[in-house]
Design a protein around this ligand. Structure first.
Ligand code: ZN
Length: 347
């Protein structure tokens, strides 16, 4: 939807070309009878172009995206923006205030899109956001972090069978793309089904900011905007050393209960049969060694030290064709790190 020429409006507030407006979108009310308002920044470029949304904290405790959206709004000069950027740093206001994933009544907002006008509390919030923002856009990026108790390698999730999502995901430039439609009722799946292709960026941990995650997220959003003709970067973005599209991933789960001693981190390579950690009993004796049944790159780990049979510990994306490229890059990275530690110069 090319928004050039016509006034763009959200919640009845018009935004002219070249204008930036901060709008509060009422989506619900609290137990105190106050309005629940989502802060929406609409940045309209002077030049015509597509309309895009970037959302964060649909899960209220996943706050890394809040920092990415803040940087998107404040750290950039939007003079050369083409089209309209709708930046929403916090979608789930009650969850953000209480630092919880959920809306009241333990409802996960990201399972209730596109919502309904007269449904339950989550459906109503979803409906307002979908009607007022999402359906006016050409594409979107939804920012998340790993769920509580997990840490992820920054990655994109997208439905790679959809050509528009595939183009967005590829241009984001993350090393790992997980090829999934997303759960029913999630914003990215329902928006894509409604004709607004949407991808998800997932990185870091709940309730934390990480500068490296923020910078990677911001860079990714900007390269997507650039690929869609909305943004011109001063410097050409570096291509990732590899880009793995993961259809097939495997959770290494605890086979017994115990105290976890994990020996791998996100971004590391594991080979079939490699030891990834062990489980100890309260006396500190080894209960079992944990081995990876697959070869691949670690995309997520638990951050919790305790496990029972079935606890997901290490999430491995299987690698086949791309294994040698990933090996080369991982080896180069390890060598760089050890040079830094020992102070030796590169040969
Ligand atoms: Zn999330």
């Amino acid at each position: 939807m090319d928004s050039s020429g016509t006034a763009f409006q959200i919640s009845g507030i018009r935004v002219a070309a070249g204008e930036t407006r901060e709008i509060y979108l009422k989506v619900s009310e609290s137990f105190l009878a106050n309005s629940i308002l989502i802060p929406v920044t609409v940045i309209r470029g002077v030049k015509p172009g597509p309309t895009a949304y970037v959302t964060a904290a649909i899960h209220g405790d996943e706050i890394n995206g809040v920092d990415i959206v803040r940087r998107l709004i404040f750290d950039l000069d939007h003079e050369n923006l083409a089209g309209t950027l709708i930046a929403i740093p916090v979608v789930n206001i009650p969850g953000f205030v209480s630092q919880s994933r959920y809306l009241p009544y333990h409802r996960d907002l990201n399972r209730f899109f596109p919502g309904t006008r007269s449904g339950n509390n989550a459906e109503r919030v979803a409906w307002r956001l979908f009607q007022e923002v999402v359906r006016h856009c050409d594409f979107g990026i939804d920012l998340h972090t790993a769920a509580e108790g997990r840490k992820n390698l920054p990655h994109v999730r997208a439905d790679m069978s959809d050509a528009r999502c595939r183009a967005l995901a590829r241009s984001f430039g993350s090393r790992v793309i997980i090829d999934q439609k997303g759960p029913k009722g999630s914003l990215r799946r329902e928006a894509t089904d409604a004709g607004v292709p949407t991808i998800l960026f997932e990185a870091g941990e709940t309730r934390r900011f990480s500068t490296s995650v923020s910078l990677e997220g911001l860079r990714g959003v900007l390269t997507v905007l650039e690929a869609q003709g909305m943004w011109t970067a001063k410097r050409k973005a570096k291509k990732p050393p590899f880009q793995v599209i993961v259809k097939n991933s495997h959770w290494i789960r605890a086979t017994q209960g115990g105290i976890l001693n994990l020996e791998v981190r996100p971004g590391e390579l594991v080979y079939r049969g490699d030891e990834v950690g062990s489980l100890l009993n309260p006396f500190g004796r080894m209960v079992t060694r944990l081995r990876s049944p697959v070869t691949g790159i670690v995309v997520g780990v638990t951050t919790q030290p305790l496990a029972v049979p079935g606890t997901g510990l290490v999430h491995v994306a299987r690698l086949k064709k791309t294994l040698s490229r990933v090996e080369k890059e991982v080896r180069a990275r390890v060598a760089r790190k050890s040079r830094l530690k020992t102070g030796r110069k590169a040969p």
